[in-house]
Design a protein. Sequence first.
Length: 202
Amino acid sequence: MRERKNNTKIAALVLAAGNSSRFGSNKLLFKINGKSVLERTLLALSGFEFWKTAVVVSNTDLDDILGNHIEKIMNKQISLGIGKSIVLGTIYLRKEVSGILILLADQPLFTPDDIKKMTDVFLGDPTKIVACSVDGEIRNPIIFPSSYFDELIKLSGDRGARDLANSHIDNVLRVEIEPSHLLDIDSIEDAPIIEKKLKDYE
């Protein structure tokens, strides 16, 4: 069992279900400097020893990357929006943890240091929502304490983690993150931008 001070346990929930319609193929398998987008996103999680890591998927395309050491949650209703993935993941993880980090699978520039910054803040006050921010604007990833799990499992459509955090803005602790670390990859045109940024800090 993986715990931290005060028995605070945090799980990581990676949202990887989708059809990558704008990309033309599964963008999470696209390789950037030798590693797939999903592999690079998962590398960020090494910044903290999470109690459990679960990835919401919509098919078996990612099985070779995830292997047997990461929990897989199947979402067969991706047409219902990102909210459905969050609901499934929260139900799966909620029973034994103090908080859940919700991370988008297409943010390959997010770093272990960024994860450490977020988890350090959450461990300091596990009653608060801890969100990445750029100039004060809330961005993903976000850590939710257990007191918000009931609201997470009520999300629907394209209402996601950021919407919920913004609705409780007075209880959010912001962690300023280098903006380039939060870039996501939506289309093939984004790939060279991500590759350049990666070379800048690798």
